[in-house]
Unconditional design. Structure first.
Lengths: 769, 292
């Protein structure tokens, strides 16, 4: 039986019509809806132990002694510390600076120090409390400013994980000729991913086969690489299998390597399967969050509002270890100039160390941070120059033939002014702005409109895709169906569905005749990590190549005619496999011709494609409670080609919801490097009744580098909502806000401050009366 | 789940009498659990100290809503859903029905009970200011008998109450015949549902000739216990409704609340917003004269 909502799409696939662009049923949708899908916490292996983690608790220090409470019978437990790490005690990623288990020096309050395992999971919590870590505390750093002062060096020689410099033109010359110089400073906070399924892993060790882990993860080969180093085992003795994964948003990009490592150490020590599943509190406080950021802008403008040039200083808080901060910084740095023409610009950026758990990958990956600053700054510029927020953007939009801050030439026929006009029309921007200006005078609920224009580069930055060297496989099977082999994972976003659509389209066979193999490192080639909005565009294109290869193999062999019906393709597969055995095709990434990128000067083609967007937020602020609410939202974007309308719209709406959280609700409360509010009752994410009607509009100009013209889409909707919302609040209240999350308490404080300063100014003049 | 279930004991007596007998046999050592919407959160976090639990969730004696001519008696075991669905509650005590609808989500409302909300004694309990405004009484029961006390005397300090170690809350009595009153309640939480209140105001007023005849104000989340704003009520009684009254009320109110900075909000925010809520209520009244 088929799900009726999508029946039409399914029927289309059975005729000769296109599969791309139709909303076929999700491949794993039925299993998820019926509860048949198996997540890590559903799986129980014979003789399995449950593992738990004892953490450092202090932000920085040296461990003196680890003692075990005499009230607990430790003979029942398997215990592991740094000395039990079979290989190198680090989580191999970019730099190998983060230990898997603390060996002497503590650098943040949630560092794993001791692992314990027990057959009864209920026996763990008390035992975790029964391990006492005595240490000599060292002075710690909790802020970017503290890190920059370098009063303590907590990482490397200068507390800086990575810095970048982008220079275009001669920015030092523009200040003298500027009619206006506009400065601003902008802040964004940490954000928790709040995927539905917490992190979890199961590890099994066998002296012959090696280590196998099953778990909730985004990047099987990241975990594979980390486990090789950690377990001291060769490639073929590590197997990583992704189980059904209940959401990720970047939060299962790097941290799963840590948990897989812990489960593996305990499995190797005990000889039994070990499962570690975090509860919500542990997941929230110990795993990664979005990097907090600070951006400073100084911009030179002509009278007419044209940007002459500017300096942008972008700093992110990386936490205690390098992890992915350098790459997050890179993306944030490249996106810092937004979709505008900068005749000259100097962008300096750095990721600094603090004694908090490392911040990590989160949907948008640095771009939401720097774009928040850019889009708030555009409104500040508009006000100072005396133009509308619409006009200042229109006058500075990048146009085809012009270059980005990295001097990448815009080759596609993008017309941002046109996107802006359409978006404003969908939002009834002009009429609403006029109404609000009138109504706000007498209402205690102030309303405003805000816009944000932005871009998001799809795929790895610069030469990243070339280094990844991704490979995709495809097999024709004995039953006539086709199986895709990729390490690209499904975690709710639609990888399975979209890749199967692409294969079916390329082969001219029904969507139902294509399946996708479980992401198991012993079965699938490395198609790269499932990150950076790269899966549909880049892996999708490789799937298409592999499909064409499969078809050509059958045609060259004579088993399949040049033109064929779907049933004939199935018959050809069956025949080939029966007579010759394995029918397999592989496709490897080829970087597009003429693409130039310089990792040293940060010049060139930063991304193979950009998605473009203009978002409009309508916001109300209730002056009884100072709460801001997003009342309406229009999201218009150009994303190449929409492969699956339902999934694409879902990505946009979900991203906007998450970004509304970033803007108005989600605040991590820190105390000495620890998250205080690691519960969903006091870390507030917006719920359905806090979300506005969201109108999603797609423009499609295609993309020669993406599968059937697709560009990346997953991260894009995270970038624009926060600045659009803050711009709308500023429009409503006339008070500038440059920091997110913006809570009702902050709005009250700003209004109070303004009232007080006005009174100070006006009272002497009023006194004569 | 950070608790070890083997360390806990749970008994579920079949009748109220049996529950009270057990309670009386070891006063204070059995913690009553009804819907569990507060206690199970502590349990999951490994912070539920009481190891002996007496379940009163299935006691039918506690789940009646009796409508008498002078008052309505709500059994302590009535759930928020019961309150939302009862015709007399929704008609005559709309603030209680609304507070029930604002508590947690549907699942919480199906399990959580009014008696549990009172016994849990959180200053942020959503139904508590409403019960204060309705001048409710509590009937407390033990193996040795029952007593009736005004609810406004029940909370004696943060998480401290008049409930004796062997007592259960039996029912909540609210006087009827409130037809002359205008009523108001607003919860301010961190989001529009599934939130714990930062500020809560419940208010009732009787007006004649644009003058306040009787006013009842009760607030949540602005001190260690939910409180009746008795000083503010006195300041407002007999007064015409205008700007200067609002200013006066704000001053008196600030004197009698004890808000704090905590994980959810700030003392300053709570003070200002509570005053704004009162202003919103007063401005909505017939005969109110305000400058803006």
């Amino acid at each position: 039986m088929r799900f009726c909502a999508y029946c039409e799409g399914v029927k289309l696939t059975e005729s000769e019509e296109t599969i791309i662009g139709t909303s076929v049923p999700r491949k794993e949708g039925r299993d998820k809806v019926t509860g048949a899908a198996r997540y890590v916490d559903d799986i129980r292996l014979p003789g399995m132990l449950y593992g738990a983690t004892v953490r450092s608790k202090i932000a920085r220090g040296k461990i003196k002694r680890i003692s075990f409470s005499p009230e607990i019978d430790w003979n029942e437990y398997v215990i592991a510390t740094a000395k039990d790490v079979p290989g190198k005690n680090c989580i191999a990623l970019i730099l190998d600076d983060q230990p898997c288990l603390v060996d002497g020096v503590i650098n943040h309050p949630e560092e794993p120090v001791v692992l314990i395992a027990h057959p009864d999971k209920h026996a763990l919590a008390k035992a975790v409390e029964g391990v006492v870590i005595e240490s000599d505390p060292l002075p710690a750093i909790y802020s970017m400013e503290g890190s920059e002062k370098q009063s303590e060096i907590i990482w490397g020689t200068d507390n800086i994980f990575k810095s970048f410099l982008i220079e275009k033109g001669d920015v030092d010359r523009v200040w003298a000729e500027a009619d206006f110089i506009v400065e601003g400073e902008y802040f964004t906070g940490a954000q928790e991913h709040l995927y539905i399924e917490n992190n979890g892993m199961i590890a099994v060790f066998d002296s012959v086969a090696g280590v196998t882990v099953w778990g909730s993860l985004q990047c099987p080969f990241y975990v594979h690489k980390a486990l090789m180093a950690l377990c001291g085992l060769p490639e073929e003795k590590i197997r990583v299998v992704q189980l059904e994964t209940g959401g990720a948003f970047g939060g299962k990009e790097e941290y799963p390597s840590m948990i897989a490592g812990h489960a593996s150490i305990l499995a190797m020590k005990s000889g039994r399967p070990v499962k570690i599943v975090y509860d919500r509190l542990e997941d929230m406080v110990a795993t990664t969050k979005r990097h907090p950021s600070r951006t400073r802008h100084r911009t030179a403008l002509r009278k007419d509002g044209k940007i002459l040039g500017g300096e942008i200083d972008f700093t992110i808080d990386g936490g205690a270890y390098a992890t992915l901060s350098s790459v997050v910084l890179s993306r944030g740095t490249i996106h810092a100039g937004g979709p505008y023409l900068w005749p000259s610009v100097r962008i300096r950026s750095k990721a600094v160390a603090t004694n908090t758990p490392p911040h990590g990958a989160f949907r948008g990956f640095g771009a939401p941070q720097s774009l928040f600053a850019m889009e708030r700054h555009m409104d500040r510029i508009a006000k100072i120059v005396g133009l509308s927020p619409v006009e200042i953007r229109r006058r500075n939009f990048l146009q085809p033939g012009q270059t980005t801050t990295t001097e990448q030439v815009i080759r596609e026929p993008i017309n941002l002014s046109d996107l802006l006009d359409k978006s404003l029309a969908h939002a009834s921007y002009k009429a609403k702005k006029e109404n609000f200006a009138r109504e706000n005078k007498t209402s205690s609920i102030k309303k405003g409109m805000g816009i944000a224009a932005f871009l998001h580069g799809a795929g790895f930055t610069g030469s990243g895709e070339r280094y990844l060297d991704s490979v995709v496989g495809m097999e024709g099977t004995a039953d006539g169906s086709v199986r895709i082999l990729v390490s690209s994972t499904e975690f709710g976003q639609g990888t399975n569905t979209v890749l199967c659509q692409i294969a079916a389209e390329a082969l001219g066979i029904p969507y139902e005749s294509v399946t996708i193999a479980q992401a198991d490192t012993t079965i699938v080639p490395n198609s790269g990590p499932t990150v950076a909005s790269r899966t549909a565009m880049i892996v999708g294109n490789l799937v298409r190549s592999a499909a064409i290869g499969l078809k050509q193999t059958l045609q060259l062999d004579g088993t399949l005619k040049k033109t064929f019906k779907p049933a004939e393709f199935g018959a050809a597969c069956r025949k080939y496999v029966a007579e010759k055995g394995l029918l397999r095709s592989l496709a490897r990434y080829n970087s597009p011709e003429g693409v130039y990128w310089d990792d040293v000067t940060y010049k060139g083609e930063a991304y193979a494609a950009y998605a473009w967007a203009v978002y409009v937020a309508e916001v109300s602020v209730d002056l009884t409670t100072y709460a801001a609410k997003v009342e309406n939202f229009v999201a218009l974007q150009e994303i190449g080609k929409v492969l699956h309308p339902v999934l694409a719209e879902g990505q946009i709406i979900g991203g906007i919801a998450q970004a509304i959280g970033l803007a108005l609700y989600e605040k991590v409360l820190w105390q000495n490097g620890r998250m205080l509010n690691g519960q969903m009752t006091n870390y507030i994410m917006p719920a359905s009744c806090d979300l506005p009607p969201i109108r999603v509009v797609f423009e499609e100009i295609g993309n020669p580098h993406g599968a059937y013209g697709a560009k990346g889409i997953g991260e894009l909707p995270m970038d624009g909502p926060a600045p659009a919302i803050l711009n709308a609040i500023v429009d409503a209240l006339g008070v500038p806000f440059d920091s997110i999350p913006l809570l009702p308490e902050d709005i009250l404080e700003a209004i109070t401050r303004r009232v007080q300063s006005r009174q100070q100014i006006t009272s002497p003049q009023e006194s004569p009366c | 789940m950070r608790a070890n279930p083997t360390e806990y004991e749970l008994v579920a007596p079949g009748t109220l009498q049996e529950a009270l007998a057990l309670h009386a046999s070891e006063p204070g050592s059995w913690l009553p659990i009804a819907g569990g919407t507060d206690l199970m959160v502590l349990y999951a976090a490994g912070r539920l100290q009481s190891r002996k639990l007496i379940s009163i969730a299935a006691l039918r004696e506690l789940r009646n809503i009796e409508v008498a001519s002078a008052e309505v008696r709500v059994g302590a075991g009535c759930t928020y859903t019961d309150l939302r669905q009862h015709p007399v509650i929704t008609k005559e005590f709309p603030l209680l029905a609304r507070a029930a609808a604002w508590t947690g989500g549907i699942a919480n409302q199906n399990r959580g009970t009014l008696g549990g909300n009172i016994a849990n004694a959180s200053p942020a309990g959503d139904s508590l200011p409403v019960l204060l405004a309705y001048d409710a009484d509590l009937i407390l029961v033990s193996a040795s008998g029952e007593r009736r006390i005004p609810y406004r005397t029940f909370h004696t300090g943060y998480k401290k109450t008049l409930l004796a170690p062997d007592e259960l809350i039996h029912s909540i009595c609210m006087p009827r015949n409130l037809s002359g009153y205008k009523c108001y309640a607003r919860k301010v939480g961190a989001r529009n549902a599934q939130a714990i209140s930062k500020v809560f105001l419940a208010a009732m007023v009787r007006i004649s000739n644009a003058t306040i005849k009787d006013i009842r104000l009760a607030a949540g989340s602005v001190g260690p216990v939910p409180i009746r704003l008795a000083g503010t009520e006195r300041a407002l009684a007999g007064q015409p409704i205008n700007d200067s009254l609002l200013e006066l009320a704000g001053k008196v109110m600030a004197e009698e609340i004890q808000p704090i900075d905590d994980i959810r909000s700030t003392a300053g925010y709570r003070t200002v917003v509570l005053r704004n809520l009162l202003g919103e209520f007063l401005q909505s009244l017939p005969g109110a004269r305000f400058a803006s």
